[in-house]
Design a protein around this ligand. Structure first.
Ligand SMILES: [Zn+2]
Ligand SMILES: [Zn+2]
Length: 391
């Protein structure tokens, strides 16, 4: 069963750790993963796989076929680092100023490469496996670009699976559940225009600062008064700009923020609420307001049948008691959502150990936990052998 793969992947541990440390020392940010994708493509080609490069710029897709079956599965790892100055003293710390693998994508790549090696050398399955190495997960939506550039038309797959390390879950636990697991992400920008005047003559002004303040207060009522209390949503104003000095009421105030939610119905309520508050408050104050509201990422939604297969593979590798079915969704976002809109599939979290202190994602001292490399790789191998089981 899974046991011999786990033992063998434990022997590949040092090699996966070496790959990860090399990638960690040379992080590249969104769409600039040139060295990174070169490394991944070189290792995959060395295993005798067909390797395609260039989708979404630096994307890599490798294909492994076995048997005569027509079934197929895609496994995805993200490749980008973040624009963060690494603050650790690790021997393999980033050598690139203001770039760092602070989200563990170095570990995701090493685990998928380890699984690719194990499957190429000893995999017992029937069908086609696509190994996807995706650029620009952070902020730039490289997953969307790969799908738009024809990922699944050129490299057909019946289902697609993703994985992220998860500080806060015990090392080696796997959290897997059907339905939404990460949130949709919207951004908005509002320009509130009034009439500037001396700070001593507010009656001659239309004060955009007061109007903007009322809008921010109004936004707080969307989640508390318009969204059902059993649903999840967040509206945050994160930037506020206006005015230059103490004694001038400015002409204009600009505010920016983001909204997050797990279901499209809730997303519509939130967007309508933000637009209604902006228009209503501006009108009440005699100001003018323009709003730009963009839906950036959809929610990451796990399809039930694929999720059941992922849960079975996880339990085979880490045991049923370490397979978490009730971990609550996160209101962070993930561009794997675009792949899950194109194909059914499942995205799981692999416990990375405690999240306290410097061990949380995006911290300048974060480091992926090498102890879980064989666990993640074994999960991938077991998942392939579960979904593409021998006839
Ligand atoms: Zn991240
Ligand atoms: Zn990440």
């Amino acid at each position: 069963m899974a046991q011999d793969h786990i033992e063998r992947l434990a022997r590949l541990h040092a090699e996966m750790a070496a790959w990860r440390h090399d990638l960690h020392a040379h992080p590249e940010t969104a769409f600039r993963e040139h060295r990174t994708s070169e490394r991944a493509a070189g290792i995959l080609a060395g295993l005798g796989m067909e390797v395609h490069r260039g989708l979404a710029g630096t994307g890599v897709v490798a294909t492994l076929r076995r048997g005569g079956g027509g079934r197929s599965i895609a496994l995805r790892a993200d490749m980008d680092g973040l624009p963060v100055q690494e603050a650790s003293e690790l021997p393999y710390r980033s050598q690139i100023p203001n770039a760092m693998h602070a989200c563990g994508h170095d570990g995701h790549m090493a685990m998928l490469l380890g699984a690719a090696r194990e499957l190429a050398e000893r995999g017992r399955f029937d069908g086609t496996v696509r190994f996807i190495f995706q650029p620009a997960e952070e902020n730039e939506g490289g997953g969307r670009v790969m799908v738009e550039e024809g990922l699944f038309d050129r490299f057909p797959a019946d289902a697609v699976f993703g994985l992220h390390n998860w500080p806060g879950a015990d090392a080696g636990q796997i959290a897997v559940r059907p339905g939404p697991v990460m949130a949709a992400f919207d951004v908005f920008e509002v320009r509130v225009r009034g009439r500037g005047a001396h700070g001593a003559t507010p009656h001659l002004a239309i004060d955009p600062v007061v109007a903007a303040a009322q809008m921010i207060g109004g936004f707080q009522t969307i989640v508390s008064r318009n969204v059902s209390p059993v649903e999840a949503a967040v509206v945050s104003v994160t930037q506020l700009q206006g005015g230059d000095t103490w004694n001038v009421i400015p002409e204009e105030v600009r505010l920016r923020g983001s909204a997050r939610h797990l279901r499209p119905e809730v997303g519509r309520v939130v967007e309508e609420g933000v637009r209604r508050v902006v228009a209503g408050v501006a009108s009440a104050f005699g100001a003018a307001a323009e709003i730009e509201y963009r839906n950036r990422y959809p929610a990451t939604v796990n399809e039930p049948a694929a999720t059941a297969l992922a849960a079975r593979a996880a339990a085979d590798v880490v045991g049923r008691e370490r397979t978490l079915a009730d971990e609550p969704p996160s209101l962070a976002s993930e561009d794997f959502a675009f792949m899950l809109q194109a194909r059914p599939g499942c995205y799981v979290w692999l416990g990375n150990g405690p999240a306290d202190g410097d061990r949380s994602l995006h911290s300048p001292r974060y480091d992926f936990n090498d102890a879980i490399l064989p666990v993640g790789a074994a999960y991938w191998v077991r998942l392939v052998e579960t979904v593409l089981s021998l006839p």
